[in-house]
Design a protein around this ligand. Structure first.
Ligand SMILES: CC(C)(COP(=O)(O)OP(=O)(O)OC[C@H]1O[C@@H](n2cnc3c(N)ncnc32)[C@H](O)[C@@H]1OP(=O)(O)O)[C@@H](O)C(=O)NCCC(=O)NCCS
Length: 270
């Protein structure tokens, strides 16, 4: 749950205090009061806002809160017009009904080898796949109405210093991809991932996009390099594989100023 607040104070508070007040929206009311509205993460953040108001000598009139279920929280991908089409593919939001098609390839050992989980039970997989939070970050790659794979596009807050927090909210994303092996080797994942970069930088106005993989997952990091991501992290033995081996991780990223100049054009295979 996140909690939305409306805090009323007497008098008109200058809007430039918004940053100091956790990024809450400052609105002047005709009755001479000010409303501070927006989500506040937890009790300690609320305490911080109230202390700042005290420091500013702003007379507190009232505090109203409304809990918002996660499923109703604003979904960043709602800001994009779906589906997206590329030369050969359609990329659309995932729906519960995609559980069967995705389970068909995600249950395979050769597909799940580098993934977080090797699902074996269809019912349990269905529960996880249809979790609203997972559906909100999952996209489906289709060709001629046939599901070829799925993608993750998870918008996140950037790390910021406290004062810059409102400006880092939702400014980066993590990407991931899974293809049915029946369709690998044709550049479909590359084509879909390039479209994701367009969504991230052109539509969502993100600052930075990241992707990580086991260093041994060569097809995945080759894909990252094909679409123009830059390797900026190699961590040693930080990830425990289900085989019992501690393995290295590669981290790749691209920032908005680098886009799209550093990215090979669609159609390029290298
Ligand atoms: C990662 C994964 C999606 C990559 O799949 P892929 O088939 O290699 O990627 P693409 O669909 O982009 O195809 C690229 C391959 O097709 C070839 N290709 C053919 N036509 C192409 C085209 N028009 N454009 C680009 N590549 C093309 C490329 O040369 C490349 O082959 P190569 O690696 O032998 O050089 C796939 O291996 C997978 O799903 N793995 C399991 C899940 C996983 O590990 N996900 C990543 C977790 S971090």
């Amino acid at each position: 749950m996140s909690t939305s607040y409306e805090i009323r104070i007497d008098g008109h508070l200058d809007p430039h205090w918004s940053t100091r007040l956790g990024g809450l929206t400052i609105t002047h009311r005709p009755d001479g009061t000010t409303a501070l509205t927006g989500p506040i993460a937890d009790q300690s953040a609320l305490h911080g806002v109230l202390s700042s108001l005290r420091d500013l000598a702003a007379p507190l009139l009232s505090i109203d809160s409304k809990a918002t279920p996660r499923s109703q929280a604003r979904d960043p991908l709602d800001r994009v017009a779906w589906p997206r089409t590329t030369d050969r593919l359609t990329i659309r939001r995932a729906v519960s009904g995609d559980a069967d098609a995705t389970f068909a390839f995600r249950r395979r050992e050769d597909v799940a080898r580098w993934l977080t989980e090797l699902p074996t039970d269809r019912a349990r997989y269905g529960d996880a796949f249809t979790d609203p939070q997972r559906l909100a970050t999952t996209l489906i790659i289709e060709r001629d109405g046939h599901v070829l794979g799925d993608l993750m596009l998870r918008v996140e807050d950037a790390w910021t210093q406290k004062e810059a927090q409102p400006h880092g909210k939702g400014r980066q994303a993590e990407l991931a991809w899974v293809l049915d092996p029946a369709h690998s080797g044709h550049g479909y994942a590359t084509e879909a991932a390039r479209e994701l970069l367009r969504v991230c930088f052109d539509d969502l106005d993100l600052h930075r996009v990241t992707a990580t993989c086991f260093a041994d997952n060569t097809p995945s990091w080759r894909l990252m390099e094909r679409i123009g991501l830059r390797r900026e992290l190699h961590t040693r033995a930080d990830a425990l594989h289900r085989s019992g081996r501690w393995m290295d991780t590669y981290g790749y990223a691209l920032t908005a100023p680098e886009w799209p100049q550093s990215c090979p054009r669609a159609g390029s295979q290298d």
